[in-house]
Design a protein around this ligand. Structure first.
Ligand SMILES: [Zn+2]
Length: 554
């Protein structure tokens, strides 16, 4: 058994040394979970049967008899009937702030066909005042029954009189109708801005409706902002509840703003925050944060300021990531870089010198190489102790990139579920390139603490799907992509818990079931170690505990 002495008691004793005859004692537990099959992710004690919890922390972890011995009369004891318990999952890179508010203000376009999307948008338009946006989210161009991409004409046919914006679930492309372009005073003569693109029909030169990355700011210039303070708070409530149901207890919000920080705090105060959040702040908001004297680490166990977030290139699911070799089947399409190396250096430097952790979105090998050069240069010129540079996604690597990631101590946050969930997109990259994509085996073999990340909405956030995808490297149709990158279940669980805590400098307070750490855990319906790896995704999460309380019970 491992013990944790009450920190408050220890401080108290330290401050009154004259009374040091007080015996140290274990903090009195207020809850005991016993008769469980606990996989702790703590190397000093990998397996346990019971935990004692007090004031939101584990105070003792051990065998049934050891822990039950601590029970004072009347204490709450829960018999878990042999169920498997893991630490709460940490989704190191996802977008709960924006996806939460989407749940409040937009139409869910994760639907089986374009026709179904049209019907849903039409229904929303009927309830929307003229001239106001009709918004859609979670659209995926490769999953519709029609086998083709949504077009401007589809949107015009469904909603002719309102501006419409349907965002791809990857978050880097949006599809607009003609009214949206007209109201934004954009037409085919408008040039592509740096880091953005208006897709045009090759035959006619007309807009297809699909607009990538930075070009979207030229369309979304009018109308009232629906992301009100109350909508954001409500969004946090909905998304954190949904994530708790899946077994998630901590997230990194990789697209945070001061408004998101406020929403998390608002939701916490109203009792509606069901996870802990490390809120990365997007670079355009950095000046505001600096002016207020804020930096990475400020906050507490529930809401904390995370890294400064930059973008080096485009997306994998939407095929805009910047690759060194062309996308499969194209002679010369390599994807997009978001900024020059010098610009990236200047921005990163500003955050780095101000004491911020930096997390740079870099998918393709070209973008990862550029980002590492920037990090390496900064550590040469202005070294900081333990900067934990993050490489958000870090999808396509090479051996030399992996060596440089290790050398500088950077943390990749690869897409954990893409092989399983986005199998149909893997053909754009090809089997050969997939050997070095989402390269968990390469990272772990090199001793790099890569994390679990859904990038939700880009892929579903269910941690069981992440485990299955990383262990099997097999998609929903049974195709195997990059079998050389398979990792073990034990490794995948560690990646999804302790490594996530490390990415936010919180490995000493969470990420494993260890006495003294925050009492975050999940109770599973079946033991993943006894499960066929190809059905891990079907294991139900029965309960989730956050800070010593159930945040979800089935
Ligand atoms: Zn992201």
């Amino acid at each position: 058994m491992t013990w944790q002495y009450s920190p408050s008691r220890r401080e108290f004793l330290g401050s009154v040394a004259a009374f040091s005859l007080f015996p140290l004692e274990v903090e009195k537990p207020d809850l005991i979970l016993h008769n469980a099959n606990i996989f702790t992710v703590d190397a000093t004690q990998a397996r346990a049967q019971a935990v004692a919890i007090a004031n939101g922390r584990f105070v003792a972890v051990g065998s049934n008899s050891e822990i039950l011995n601590l029970a004072a009369p009347g204490i709450r004891k829960i018999d878990l009937s042999g169920k498997t318990v893991l630490p709460g999952f940490i989704d190191a890179h996802c977008h709960p702030g924006s996806s939460g508010v989407d749940m409040v203000i937009s139409v869910n376009c994760d639907l089986p066909s374009i026709a179904a999307i049209q019907a849903a948008l039409r229904e929303r338009a009927a309830k929307t005042p003229a001239g106001e946006w009709v918004l859609g989210s979670k659209y995926d161009d490769t999953k519709g029954a029609e086998g083709r991409m949504l077009t401007r004409a589809d949107l015009d046919a469904a909603v002719p009189d309102h501006p419409v914006a349907v965002m791809h679930r990857g978050g880097h492309t949006t599809f607009y109708n003609s009214t949206a372009f007209r109201m934004a005073k954009i037409d085919e003569k408008t040039p592509d801005p740096p880091g953005g693109k208006f897709d045009r029909d090759p035959a006619t030169g007309k807009f297809t409706g699909r607009v990538a990355d930075e070009a979207r700011a030229l369309v979304e210039t009018f109308g009232a902002d629906p992301t009100t303070r109350e909508n954001r708070r409500e969004g946090v409530k909905l998304i954190s509840k949904a994530m708790a149901k899946a077994g998630i207890t901590s997230v990194g919000d990789a697209g945070g703003t001061p408004e998101d920080l406020r929403a998390y705090q608002d939701a916490r105060e109203s009792g509606d925050l069901s996870f802990r959040v490390y809120c990365l702040i997007v670079y355009p908001q950095l000046d505001k944060m600096l002016a207020a004297g804020l930096r990475t680490g400020l906050g507490d166990d529930f809401v904390r300021v995370g890294a400064c977030k930059l973008f080096a290139d485009g997306s994998i699911s939407e095929r805009t990531a910047r690759l060194s070799k062309p996308y499969e089947g194209t002679p010369d399409y390599f994807g997009l870089l978001m900024m020059s190396e010098e610009e990236q250096y200047q921005r990163t430097r500003k955050a780095h010198l101000a004491g911020w952790q930096v997390g740079t979105h870099a998918n393709g090998d070209v973008a990862i190489d550029q980002t590492l050069r920037v990090y390496e240069r900064l550590q040469r010129e202005s070294p900081r102790h333990d900067p934990r540079f993050r490489l958000e996604h870090c999808t396509q690597v090479t051996d030399s990139l992996v060596a440089r990631i290790k050398a500088i101590g950077a943390i990749p946050t690869p897409f954990s579920s893409y092989v399983y969930y986005h199998g149909e997109k893997m053909r754009f990259y090809g089997a050969d390139r997939l050997k070095n994509m989402f390269a968990m085996r390469s990272f772990l073999d090199a001793g790099i603490p890569a994390t679990q990340a859904s990038d939700y909405t880009a892929s579903p956030f269910e941690p069981m799907m992440a485990l299955q995808s990383q262990v099997t490297r097999t998609d929903t149709k049974g195709n195997v992509w990059g079998a050389n990158q398979r990792i073990t279940l034990e490794q995948a669980i560690r990646v999804g818990t302790l490594n996530g805590a490390h990415a936010s400098y919180e490995e000493k307070i969470k990420g494993s079931i260890t006495a003294g750490k925050l009492a975050d855990l999940v109770v599973l319906g079946r033991d993943p170690f006894k499960e066929d790896p190809s059905s891990l995704v079907t294991i139900p999460v029965e309960r989730t505990m956050l800070n010593g309380r159930w945040s979800y019970e089935s």
